[in-house]
Design a protein around this ligand. Structure first.
Ligand SMILES: Cc1ncc(COP(=O)(O)O)c(C=O)c1O
Length: 398
């Protein structure tokens, strides 16, 4: 058996189940889960209709590369959303549909890492757990760059030394970040792209939360946008990961894409042809409808904006928490150990939150997830407000 499997950490939700084991929740309240980052707003009906209408396509094997129509709608969306130079994306070369970003983020490392005992993959800390699993199973070492309160939960790429950059083959960035919600700025991305050129590595930008933000006048910058803006309009060394899961409330559709550097995308396509993970054709049809429409995304975002305003109004006087730049998580500092906080909150108020240290590792002498909790504001506005009120009451008992 592959011995690297034994290096995988238990998933955060396993740790959470262990933490809650034997704890009796206050049955005066219904349970509210703020722990899982699964979108709960309604999926767009026109997408569901298209999915049903095209279900007969299930009688055919889909192509790994996806249909031309899907890749075209993705290219058009990228150009519109990130103001990319028209025709800078060739739909044969630069775009590949994937079955959600989770599998793609994982598979990407398997396809790209040049196996050697010096191989290194950099990732944020705290982080979406797939980056680490991807690194470990590709035979690379994981290097964690911390995102702490001291830097406004942003990475400080300048703190990474040249020896690390020399070994780095891929750096995962996550913007807006899970769990911190911070957005990496265009100058920061451009600094990183220059480093990638200098030290020959790939910048892999997980942008699956890019469409959930709070300032309509300032959507999060994307890596391709940053690249094009500095004259790198063939997106050399840059790859982005996007998804319909959060943007369009379609987590079960398993629909996303990777885009960027043609050489990298073509190598990834070769890998995926063997991997055998093509998106079912009726999912591709439904995805085209979703990428072609912005109205439902605007409505979705406005629901999050409303929920964050209400929750923060209740919570921010009582706990150290701010409105994130994007995404649907609140990343709050707890006055006590966060696992203890989560356990007591569950017992007292029947609310589940995720302790921050379940998403982080100790690196460079600190654990940036300590004394933090992640709250996913995915449920209805009413339930979100109810959860915030209960947490406020709980905080007053600490
Ligand atoms: C940061 C991040 N990236 C990727 C994903 C995977 O999303 P999907 O596979 O649904 O596109 C998630 C899901 O929660 C996530 O939080």
């Amino acid at each position: 058996m592959n011995s690297d499997l034994s290096h995988l950490h238990p998933y955060p939700f396993e740790k959470l189940a262990e933490l809650k084991k034997g704890v009796l929740a206050n049955s005066e309240f219904n349970h509210i889960a703020l722990s899982i980052g699964e979108p709960k707003h309604s999926p767009p009906t026109f997408v569901l209709k298209e999915l049903a209408r095209s279900v007969n396509k299930i009688a055919r094997y889909p192509l790994t590369q996806g249909t031309t129509e899907l890749r075209q709608s993705i290219a058009d969306w990228l150009v519109r959303r990130f103001k990319l130079p028209i025709n800078s994306l060739n739909i044969e070369q630069n775009i590949l549909p994937v079955n959600g970003t989770r599998e793609a983020l994982f598979a990407f490392a398997q396809a790209m890492v040049e196996r050697s005992d010096r191989a290194l993959i950099c990732m944020p800390n705290p982080f979406y757990q797939i980056y680490e699993g991807a690194a470990l199973l590709s035979g690379a070492e994981a290097y964690y760059y911390n995102t702490t309160a001291e830097t406004g939960y942003l990475p400080d790429f300048t703190s990474i030394d040249d020896n690390t950059w020399r070994r780095c083959q891929i750096i995962y960035i996550c913007t807006p970040g899970n769990p911190t919600g911070t957005v990496i700025s265009k100058p920061q991305m451009q600094w990183l792209i220059n480093k990638a050129e200098e030290f020959d590595f790939i910048v892999a930008s997980d942008e699956c939360y890019s469409e959930i933000y709070f300032d309509e006048s300032c959507p999060p910058c994307g890596l391709l946008e940053a690249a094009a803006d500095m004259g790198n309009s063939d997106y050399k060394r840059c790859i982005v990961f996007h998804s319909l899961s959060k943007r369009s409330n379609l987590p079960g559709l398993r629909s996303g894409f990777v885009a960027g550097d043609a050489k990298i995308i073509q190598a990834f396509l070769k890998y995926r042809t063997y991997h055998g993970c093509a998106m079912p054709e009726h999912h591709q049809h439904a995805s085209i409808c979703a990428w072609n429409d912005e109205q439902h995304v605007l409505e979705n975002r406005s629901l999050y904006q409303q929920k964050f305003s209400h929750a923060l109004e209740v919570l921010s006087p009582h706990i150290d928490v701010k409105r994130p730049d994007g995404g649907f998580y609140l990343w709050a500092r707890t006055p006590v150990d966060s696992a203890e906080f989560a356990k007591k909150l569950f017992a007292a108020k029947n609310i589940t939150v995720l302790p921050g240290q379940y998403l982080s590792r100790t690196a460079h002498g600190i654990d940036p997830g300590e004394k933090h909790i992640r709250m996913a504001l995915v449920t209805s506005p009413e339930e979100t407000l109810e959860a915030a009120m209960r947490i406020k009451d709980f905080l007053q008992t600490l």
